[in-house]
Design a protein. Sequence first.
Length: 389
Amino acid sequence: MAAAAAASSALPVLLLFLLPLSFAAGARSPCFTSFFSFGDSITDTGNQMLLAPEGNLPHCCFPPYGETYFGRPSGRCSDGRLIVDFIAEHLGLPLLTPFPGKLHSNDFPLGANFAEGGATALDFHFLAEKGIYNTHTNLSLQVEIDRFKELLATICSSPSECKDYLSKSLILLGEIGGIDYNRAFFEDVASDKIIAIVPYVVAEIGKSVKQLVELGAVTILIPGNLPIGCWPGYLTKFWSPNKEDYDPLSGCLVWYNNFAQHHNKLLQHQIVRLQKLYPHTNLIYGDYFGSATRFHRHPQKFGFTGSAVVACCGGGGPYNYNESLICGNPGSKACAEPSTYVNWDDHHFTEAAYRIVAKDVLEGPFSTPRFNASCLVGRTTDSGRHSSY
Ligand SMILES: *[C@@H]1O[C@H](CO)[C@@H](O)[C@H](O)[C@H]1NC(C)=O
Ligand SMILES: *[C@@H]1O[C@H](CO)[C@@H](O)[C@H](O)[C@H]1NC(C)=O
Ligand SMILES: *[C@@H]1O[C@H](CO)[C@@H](O)[C@H](O)[C@H]1NC(C)=O
């Protein structure tokens, strides 16, 4: 053990991370006694880090990631907390423990996070057939759902007990699907082919909803895609000399934002259809896009006096994104005050921006139907440097 620790520089980070998060016992949500989440790096609170091959940690596991919260990298792809963390705080629940699929403990009664950086909605083989190669990971939403089933079996022992338990859970299903599209766009797959996979992505999310409802889930929050035309990565790769390709207020790429909204429209149709099929459930669309658009168009009003389109952390260039010198790599640079930037890196928000999205979705107006405000108890704590233990 000591020899292994000495051999791996990654291990101290992992050990720190595995320490239980301190949690001031306060009021708990009257509606939810547990919380589970699925998705990609927008929601990953440590799975990718825990599953990374030794000596090959993803860039999100290196400073300055985590510099705002917890003052060290935690596997979150931001300077601090993510939307999922702020939701947990709003419910008076502890921040979710990542569950990478290896059963090392039965102690997850308050919930767990299955989201993993790089996860796609669609299966790896299916995407490959469509000419989209996910070089990063072959983890898909169904793999996360299967891990959830594996964990659930250790929490409750009969279908009726599981139904009872899950009826008091909040499920955050996404954002997911963003990576299916990112990979395709960055591999220069023709746009008509990418548009053609949207219905499959949405159907896959629907398939997960169905499985969760059959297990007993009642309240599922299903977020849509963010305005991808505002990511520094997209703004850099798809830079255009034509002014009309940009939204005059935000400076974002209109075509890519319209693409994200196309996904969101189909997703909302799917949610309406499933809600009719399962009238006893509460399927809520989380409008991440609407929330983000407000601060992308009026960044000053929300305290984003640095920039709404340039990344805080990166390797230079007009949007501070250079694919050969990404945030977390030696030589990359971060801004002095992340809370004044919308984007932390090429396709992740700062904690400050994630905090606003979480609040907008939970407290309104960016959810359909509106999230029940009486279910909220926790107030998110102030930003700044924190230690979790
Ligand atoms: C995913 O990748 C891992 C490691 O490369 C491999 O062991 C596993 O079989 C793959 N799974 C699928 C579904 O391709
Ligand atoms: C990106 O980073 C690489 C590696 O440091 C460097 O050689 C290159 O000039 C940079 N490109 C731009 C456009 O800044
Ligand atoms: C909202 O939550 C409260 C507290 O659990 C509950 O009493 C109320 O019925 C809920 N309202 C709706 C519309 O579901």
